[in-house]
Write a protein that binds this ligand. Sequence first.
Ligand SMILES: [Zn+2]
Length: 150
Amino acid sequence: MIHLLINDDSKKNILDETSFGGLPVKEAGVTVEWPKCKTCDAEMQFLGKIKTDIGLEQIFMCNNDPGMCDEWDAEGGGNKVNVVTAENIEFFEPIDSELSLRATEYAVKLVETAEDDYDIARENWTGNQREVLGQLYGSPSWIQGDERPD
Ligand SMILES: [Zn+2]
């Protein structure tokens, strides 16, 4: 069984909810350096935060020179996930917001489905297909084939 991520504008700009784009969070009052790419040293782009059992998993990936920093490589240093577990949190901003933030924030609600397959669950979604932003749990739906890190 998987959970579909359904676009929900009413959940935008909420510190502890799953969203894509917008701003990352950090423990309130604590200085945190924005994640930088190991290859080019630029600030990585914040892609989103996902609320899971272990905290808010925040995803960063280099967008400074797309394709040139091995940002697809789990160990290459062109991507990073940090997990925020603090309860007292606040948003934080990069130095270069044009490079490091996405223009639009998409907030989501989770909808549990009976299906195990993302493509089938997406097809069975009775709302607008463009509301379906992805999935949580279950097996990944690969675009080009299984690319699990070693
Ligand atoms: Zn880079």
